[in-house]
Ligand binder design. Structure first.
Ligand SMILES: NC(=O)c1ccc[n+]([C@@H]2O[C@H](COP(=O)([O-])OP(=O)(O)OC[C@H]3O[C@@H](n4cnc5c(N)ncnc54)[C@H](O)[C@@H]3O)[C@@H](O)[C@H]2O)c1
Length: 240
């Protein structure tokens, strides 16, 4: 993993990171700590385990914290690859329950602390919020909802000084995706479609997330920032 310099303005901050036990969330925790922040992990695989769909547990956690400056919503789930006609209502329900309602619950649970600190929220959407991810209609729809929710939260909370943004990562090597990348044919096709010509690292996504959470982004709210190696900008250059 490449060295990432600490991000300024976060010394002494308290950050809550959902999905912080793995992948992109864990990379955020590392960068936040390197930047002088203290981190509270909210993860069903954490110690203690906290599920973002358990509003009562989130409220108990919030009640025990005196300060929250940053909330990063990185917890997320993906379904098995299936065409849309084979997806069940339960597939959609699960994606929306964790990926969308999980963010709503965390934002609500930590709202008063974020208002008190005039803090910042960063939601992890996906490039699938902007262009379709084949065979993943439930996930894609949930990530589109995360992008829309980010704009709604940004507008509703702007007058309280709380900024809300999202990142839309492209194909990033994490435990969520490593099984895909064991398939060489898939990896070659995906890499060939990425204008930068390579898969992304969790620390590269974390750098954009922690930047948006930091005072360096003090004028930015309501954006959904693609961090995708150029995938949503267009196809790789043609050999003219
Ligand atoms: N890896 C990629 O290519 C990629 C691309 C676009 C977006 N994303 C998004 O990035 C975020 C992080 O994914 P990742 O790739 O780091 O995956 P990951 O599987 O490594 O990490 C996800 C974490 O979320 C936690 N989690 C899942 N459901 C939870 C719940 N109900 N309550 C609490 N914690 C829960 C898991 O325990 C895990 O630690 C997700 O929202 C994902 O959709 C990932």
């Amino acid at each position: 993993m490449a060295e990432v310099a600490p991000i300024g303005g976060l010394d002494g901050a308290v950050a809550v990171v959902t999905g912080g036990a793995s992948g992109i969330g864990a990379a955020c925790c590392g960068l936040l700590e390197a930047s002088g922040a203290s981190v509270v992990v909210v993860d069903r695989a954490g110690e203690p385990a906290v599920d973002v769909t358990d509003r009562a547990a989130l409220d108990r956690l919030a009640a025990g914290l005196g300060q929250v400056d940053v909330l990063i919503n990185a917890a997320g789930v993906l379904t098995e690859n299936k065409p849309v006609d084979e997806l069940s209502a339960e597939d959609f329900r699960r994606n929306f329950e964790v990926n969308v309602l999980g963010i709503v619950s965390c934002c609500q649970a930590f709202a008063s602390l974020l208002r008190a600190s005039r803090g910042a929220v960063v939601n992890v959407a996906s490039q699938a919020a902007l262009v379709s991810l084949p065979q993943q209609a439930a996930y894609t729809a949930s990530k589109g909802a995360v992008a829309a929710l980010t704009r709604s939260l940004a507008i509703d909370w702007a007058d309280r000084g709380v900024r809300v943004n999202a990142v839309a990562p492209g194909f990033t090597v994490t435990p969520m995706t490593e099984a895909f990348f064991e398939n060489e044919t898939f990896t070659r096709a995906a890499t060939g479609r990425i204008p930068l010509g390579r898969l992304l690292r969790a620390d590269e996504i974390a750098a954009a997330i922690v930047f948006l959470a930091s005072p360096l982004a003090s004028a930015i709210t309501g954006v959904v920032l693609p961090v995708d190696g150029g995938w949503t900008a267009g196809e790789p250059a043609l050999p003219w």
